[in-house]
Design a protein around this ligand. Structure first.
Ligand code: RUQ
Ligand code: CUA
Length: 680
């Protein structure tokens, strides 16, 4: 049973079902056996009106924006729902050739970390900002798993505007969780590590796991107006693995909950070692009390070394700040702040229902789904119904906090979302289905097969106080025969399910970009009206912006730096003829797009640049760095088809040998000589 999931990853979906039978577990949803084997079986699962339910006529807008994480591609993709149309890819932790993110001089700093430039990450969980426990459409927070980071995307521009590295963390999976008014975005470590208390990890023997390794939970403060993040403090927690986080609502608003596994503290072969205990824990933290302790002097301080990267709104340039300190709390010194609730076998998802009373814990290896009660938890704390303690943290008695167990829900429960009408929906990884059950009596009322091996599922607003319970998106881990084959690598598959009626109905399959883990969705009205159409040129404060063609220039600074301040407007660049550059020079092309209209970006690329193009939005300035290695003439051009004369939007830059006496000249049309070089 321990290796069920690992084995399953290698097995075909059908084999997994057989395995499940062999394991002696109850097999649910028999209707799906072999359903994936033929296209016709799938077709029968579709109701006849599915097509019209997802049809958004040409020129019409979708009802919802959805944000699907890109997993190991490090980006977020934006889909319209119900159509499943891909609207945009937002690069976050990865370089992106489409718009030069992570390649342009302005955006490179976004990807700086204490480990240097890290242009990739494993992005799992998008979470929308909230006001009064409901999505407000201002920002999207996402986590980077591998090099622990939390990023903020601004939903007026759909751009990543801030990335905060998380110190004392490794595998930032349990992240991010914004509280109901974005007071904090909370991020927990997946891998515990031996902290050297100086901002790094210690060089110690790996068999010291049990004594030396620790986890951390970070509390990032969010500016209520601007959204700017700031790491306020951390809680150093026992060396378990922390998997997922979800927060309270209403009565449980001050609390945030974390699933843990590996309470065994195994340091090797975790698929066995971390599955020994019958129960691991749900960790409950009173974040308001934690913040109070931190404010009232309970926090200690240790050296740290982590990057905070921010995109400046006016200059459109990212800047890194290196932080050298972090404050931390120890749970054993902060009574009432943290409790552990025993939860069956290596739980994965934790989801709190819209009323804030029920905490649903999905134990991927457990045969039932335990649902904890917040009011019972409060009573158990009051009456000290403890079952000992772990590292000074009280463990509550299982029975004292349990509301009920959902019996025989299916195999491999992972995640749960809610429709706001008293129903919960849980994804079943092993038995490949979504199971609907009632919060009133914890009975299963419906189930629908999904193709195949669903991980996360998402209902718009399904983790908030007010879900928009019309659709559910299942994000599946295995695709197999769902689409035309594309060689060994297949797109992952999402499925849209209608949950407006009693019975769930499959509406649509759509391929995703890389691997979506979680997603969030929001009604379009909360985002679309605020979408920026272009940047105002006269508000552009980029230090190398030029706002008129007559101000364009080429200057040599010092010995071998060349600055080209260029403008772009349909359908030419100024200047488009440049001479006087030498081998060994570093050339900065600062291109300002003079357009003041929606949807008229210009691109810029130069032959042989070890770089991507840069795509400049109207009113903005972007910089491409180029180091020519050989003398000659190099064309440059606009990469985005912007007008009928787009193909004419091109120019030449001449590169002469080092030390040559070709003077700097530049022009568009009539030739002009540079002013005497400024020496800087
Ligand atoms: S977690 S399903 Cu990050 Cu479940 Cu992926
Ligand atoms: Cu500008 Cu094409």
């Amino acid at each position: 049973m321990e290796t069920l999931i690992t084995k399953f990853r290698k097995a075909a979906p059908k084999a997994a079902l057989l395995m499940a039978v062999a394991a002696g577990a109850a097999l649910q949803g028999c209707s799906q056996i072999g359903a994936g084997d033929s296209a016709s079986a799938t077709a029968t699962a579709l109701s006849s009106d599915a097509a019209s339910a997802v049809y958004v006529a040409p020129g019409k807008h979708d009802e919802l924006y959805s944000f699907l994480s890109g997993g190991f591609n490090g980006q977020v993709s934006v889909y319209g729902l119900p159509s499943g149309r891909l609207l945009k890819i937002i690069p976050v932790f990865t370089q992106h050739g489409e718009n030069g993110y992570g390649y342009s001089e302005e955006s490179k700093a976004m990807l700086q970390t204490s480990h240097g430039f890290v242009p990739w990450d494993d992005l799992h969980h998008p979470k929308l900002s909230r006001t009064d426990g409901q999505t407000d459409g201002r920002w999207l927070f996402v986590n980077g798993n591998n090099t622990p980071r939390v990023a903020r995307i601004d939903l007026t521009t759909f751009e990543t505007v801030e990335i905060m590295e998380i110190p004392n963390s490794a595998g930032n999976h349990c992240s991010p969780y914004p509280t109901n008014n974005n007071e904090y975005v909370i991020a927990g470590t997946r891998f515990s590590v031996p902290l050297d208390m100086k901002g790094g990890t210690s060089d110690i023997a790996l068999d010291k796991y049990n004594e030396e390794f620790r986890g951390s939970i970070s509390f990032i403060k969010v500016d209520p107006e601007k959204g700017d993040m700031d790491l306020d403090f951390q809680i150093l927690v026992p060396g378990f693995d922390y998997d997922l986080a979800n927060g309270g609502k209403g009565p449980s608003e001050d609390w945030v909950f974390f699933t843990t596994y590996n309470s065994e503290k195994a340091g090797t072969l975790k698929e066995v070692g971390a599955s020994q205990n019958d129960k691991d824990y749900l960790a409950a933290i009173n974040w308001k009390l934690a913040a109070k302790y931190a404010k009232e002097g309970k926090a200690r301080e240790m050296p740290a070394n982590y990057y905070h990267n921010k995109m400046d709104k006016d200059t459109h340039m990212a800047k890194s700040t290196v932080k050298k300190k972090v404050r931390y709390l120890l749970p054993e010194e902060c009574p009432g702040m943290m409790y552990l609730l025993p939860a069956p076998k290596s739980p994965h998802g934790i989801d709190v229902d819209p009323t804030g009373e029920h905490m649903v814990v999905s134990g991927k290896l457990a045969s039932s789904i335990p649902v904890f009660s917040f009011s019972k938890m409060q009573n158990a704390i009051k009456n000290k119904q403890f079952d000992g303690e772990k590292n000074g943290i009280p463990v509550l008695k299982y029975e004292s906090v349990l509301a009920a167990e959902v019996k025989e829900p299916g195999l491999g429960p992972l995640h749960t979302e809610f429709d706001g009408k008293g129903n919960a929906y849980t994804s079943m990884f092993v038995s490949s289905e979504v199971v609907k059950w009632k919060l009133s009596d914890f009975t299963v009322v419906d189930r629908i097969p999904v193709y195949y091996s669903v991980g996360h599922l998402m209902i718009p607003g399904g983790d908030t106080k007010e879900p928009h319970g019309k659709y559910l998106v299942a994000m599946n881990k295995i695709t197999k025969d769902r689409y035309l084959p594309t060689g060994p690598e297949l797109a992952h598959s999402a499925q849209l399910i209608d949950i407006s009626g009693e019975k769930m109905k499959l509406l649509l399959d759509f391929p995703t970009v890389a691997e979506p883990h979680y997603a969030q969705a929001i009604v379009a009205d909360k985002v679309a009206p605020k979408s920026v159409k272009f940047h105002k040129l006269d508000e552009n404060k980029h230090p190398h912006a030029v706002k008129k063609e007559s101000e364009a220039s080429v200057t040599r600074e010092g010995k071998n730096k060349i600055r080209v301040k260029m403008t772009a407007i349909r359908s030419h660049m100024t200047p488009d003829n440049i001479e006087g550059v030498q081998v060994g020079d570093t050339v900065y092309f600062h291109v300002t797009n003079l357009e003041q209209d929606w949807d008229v970006p210009h691109g810029f690329a130069v032959m042989g640049a070890n770089n991507a193009e840069t795509l400049i939005m109207p009113g903005a300035t972007q910089t491409l760095k180029w180091v020519p290695k050989k003398a000659g003439v190099y064309p440059f051009y606009c990469t985005d088809f912007c007008s009928a004369l787009h193909q004419e939007m091109q120019g030449y830059i001449r590169v002469s040998p080092k030390g040559s006496n070709v003077p700097i000249t530049y022009s568009t049309g009539k030739k002009k000589t540079a002013p005497v070089a400024s020496a800087k």
